[in-house]
Design a protein around this ligand. Structure first.
Ligand code: F6R
Length: 242
């Protein structure tokens, strides 16, 4: 595991984006695993800038997102499809037919999950998977539990996850109670994992995830088993790490 600590958010975002752009420069048809939430927004901004400066083209890449809320249509302002379009896809030359996000509107959600895993497998391994970290140690929407699912599945969101994500919704909108998420097994199959964590409120959980026992009660702790894990933290999130 490689831990990189940054004293400015701009430098962190720049480095994270450079790791992704260099993956695409080396392999223009790279398979990218993408995340949503507050953490990657600055990274996507930097990727858009890199694209506009001609440093990288996404023309031949394929993308697979970690998760999507159940019940939100792709044009709902809080769906992860909408988020990806607004923050990255519509600003770069990615081919829309090669971008993949599970559909939270599928009639048969279990079948949607099965097909999503099949699509990832057919694409070959994910070259680099971007991950954020939940306050309870979740990755994707794999919440702490006695047992974790390996493949893509439907999950009931923990109360604290709903509460944390309520900040993105308007006052009279309810945060969906369920999501489709890649499983931990699917995530761990990626060639390289890049975990990005920002803010003092994540200092405890990032320490637990990276230096504590490997346990399904802290799903991110399973990342310790991955041979190619790079962790980017700001000073605040990394304050309890040596
Ligand atoms: C998002 C995702 C989640 C978030 C995590 C942190 O696709 O899978 O695991 O990465 O909840 O969210 P933020 O970045 O909003 O603190």
């Amino acid at each position: 595991m490689n831990i990189l600590k940054f004293d400015s958010e701009a430098k962190l975002n720049e480095t994270a984006a450079r790791i992704i752009t260099s993956t695409v420069q080396v392999n223009p048809s790279a398979v990218l695993g993408l995340a949503t939430g507050g953490t990657p927004i600055g990274i996507y901004k930097q990727l858009v800038q890199d694209y506009k400066e001609g440093l990288v083209s996404f023309k031949n890449v394929s993308t697979y997102n970690l998760d999507e809320y159940v019940g939100l249509s792709p044009d709902h302002h809080q769906s992860y499809s909408y988020y990806m379009n607004e923050n990255l896809f519509k600003h770069v030359d990615v081919d829309a037919s090669r971008t993949h996000i599970p559909s939270g509107l599928a009639d048969n959600l279990d079948e949607e999950c099965r097909q999503y895993d099949e699509r990832i497998q057919a694409a070959g391994r994910v070259d680099i998977q971007l991950l954020g970290l939940g306050h309870n140690g979740h990755i994707g929407f794999n919440e702490p539990a006695e047992e974790l699912s390996s493949s893509t599945h439907v999950v009931n969101l923990a109360a604290e996850t709903k509460q944390a994500n309520a900040r993105f919704f308007t006052e009279n909108e309810e945060v969906p109670g369920q999501a489709i998420t890649m499983g931990v097994g699917t995530i761990l199959k990626a060639k390289m994992l890049m975990l990005v964590v920002k803010g003092a409120d994540k200092a405890e959980i990032v320490k637990r995830a990276l230096t504590g026992p490997i346990t399904t009660q802290c799903p991110a702790s399973l990342l310790q088993t991955h041979p190619q894990l790079v962790v980017l933290v700001d000073e605040a999130a990394g304050s309890l790490l040596r």
